[in-house]
Design a protein around this ligand. Structure first.
Ligand code: 2M8
Length: 455
């Protein structure tokens, strides 16, 4: 594919989402990720809201039907109807969620992903009732209010789990117990914390990496990374996925700027939802502010002008400049001076935001000696992170930069297709070719226009 028109891109994105719908949910990709993933479902719903709103609600409901009794929303929901033959590792027999009393009856993983769902629910609600005759519009609006009522207590429980049980450092921030929880799996942000985790390659002989059967080795995390991922997941599993054991039982405990930004953004979305369902929005706004303040206190570095992950075991901040460290820019609660600092960093050669730009922001500093332009979260461009940053730029009155980023994102997808991610320097498509969140967010960008204020 090269140089598609907007109409062709629209069609491609709609087809991608339709092809990735299986039974009661959308998979990120039929080949590489044949189940339902948590934060993918949020981004996917934002796109489905424009073309298949009933499916958007259905998809999110499927995810929340698998929510655990303690409030956690698992990062993968398995379903053997759509994926016979054990096509993904680690699958249900690795996670063994059915052994855990708080787990949902449906097999899931035991870890979480960034809580983008409240934002997604609000976006789907906002879009409701925009097509059809007046009666159809009215019915869609009423249904959307019912959906908000269904989701509100579940989203609250999700927040309570993350802000409560996951605050390992007592800092007001949620802590990740596994790099997969960040969604930015092999980001250089975790390198320091991971260095202390044993990399037992013999573990990989016992299991088989299914990702390498459908993807290039040079695009995926290394075996050393994978051995560590498995070690950390097994340690957490041995605690019954509990969050109250002594800290040294958790091989990886990290506060992530992007995850906590989305945690605060979820509180702001919940404040909006609360006003519709007749609840009090003020506690949500208060919590959003508290998380924002903790982000600034714990994760902002005056030296780099951006945010960085903090390893809770050593209490050290990483020095790596990853795109997640720019994400607090999406928060209306972030004081202006930090927004300015983040925009300045985003506009540096490291990330390349500019009124004339060819490619969206990479996942990692383009000038760093350890940039790996095609390896997953160590360089490549990801549309979801750029879409979030674009929302932040729109919100903070950076119209010209927002418009340039909007165009760069669409241009990249028009040229390469709905790939999972894109080479940090050339923009070529990488990973799986029919990737749901790229398709979904392209639809949203097309509808909303450069300033985010379109229909
Ligand atoms: C990637 O993560 C999974 C593990 O969860 C994997 O590498 O197999 C990440 O890009 C993550 O952000 C994403 O949610 C998932 C499915 O698209 O794939």
């Amino acid at each position: 594919m090269s140089g598609d028109t907007d109409e062709q891109l629209w069609q491609l994105a709609v087809t991608t989402l339709a092809d990735n719908w299986w039974h009661d949910h959308t998979v990120p990709s039929r080949t590489l990720y044949p189940y339902q993933w948590s934060w993918d479902a949020g981004f996917i719903a934002v796109g489905l809201a424009h073309v298949a709103p009933a499916r958007a609600w259905h998809d999110l409901r499927t995810l929340f039907h698998a929510q655990w009794a303690d409030g956690r929303v698992p990062h993968i929901v398995f379903d053997d109807r759509n994926a016979p033959g054990d096509p993904y590792f680690p699958g249900p027999e690795f996670w063994r969620s059915n052994d855990v009393p708080e787990a949902s009856p449906r097999a899931t993983s035991g870890i979480v992903q960034p809580p983008v769902h409240a934002v997604a629910v609000w976006e789907v609600y906002r879009r409701a009732g925009r097509v059809g005759d007046p009666a159809a519009r009215q019915a869609a609006r009423e249904r959307a209010v019912e959906e908000l009522r269904w989701f509100y207590p579940r989203l609250l429980a999700q927040q309570r789990y993350l802000i409560g049980a996951r605050d390992f450092a007592g800092s007001g921030l949620a802590c990740l117990v596994h790099p997969w929880e960040s969604g930015q799996d092999n980001s250089p942000s975790w390198d320091d914390a991971l260095a202390a985790v044993p990399a037992d390659l013999t573990l990989l002989r016992r299991y088989r990496r299914r990702d390498l059967m459908v993807s290039h080795r040079s695009h995926r995390p290394t075996d050393t990374d994978y051995a560590r991922y498995i070690h950390i997941a097994r340690a957490y599993r041995s605690l019954g996925y509990g969050d109250r054991a002594p800290r040294e039982r958790y091989p990886f405990l990290v506060e992530c700027p992007a995850f906590n930004t989305l945690l605060a953004a979820a509180e702001l979305a919940l404040a909006d939802i609360a006003t519709v369902v007749g609840a009090d929005p003020r506690p949500h706004r208060r919590r959003a502010q508290q998380v924002t303040d903790a982000l600034v206190d714990r994760l902002f570095s005056p030296e780099t002008g951006m945010f960085h992950a903090r390893d809770v075991a050593t209490d050290e901040r990483s020095h790596k400049r990853a795109v997640g460290g720019l994400l607090p820019m999406v928060l209306p609660t972030l004081p202006h001076t930090y927004v300015t600092s983040l925009v300045t960093e985003a506009c540096s050669p490291r990330f390349g935001l500019a009124e004339q730009m060819r490619l969206p922001l990479p996942s990692y500093d383009r000038t760093a000696p350890d940039l790996d332009p095609e390896r997953y979260w160590r360089g490549p461009v990801w549309i979801n992170m750029n879409w979030l940053l674009w929302r932040g730029l729109c919100h903070h009155g950076q119209g010209a930069l927002a418009a340039a980023l909007h165009e760069a994102m669409l241009d990249t997808v028009r040229h390469a297709g709905c790939y999972e991610n894109f080479h940090a320097i050339t923009g070529a498509g990488i990973g799986t070719a029919e990737f749901s969140w790229t398709a979904a967010l392209a639809l949203d960008l097309l509808v909303r226009g450069p300033a985010g204020d379109g229909d």
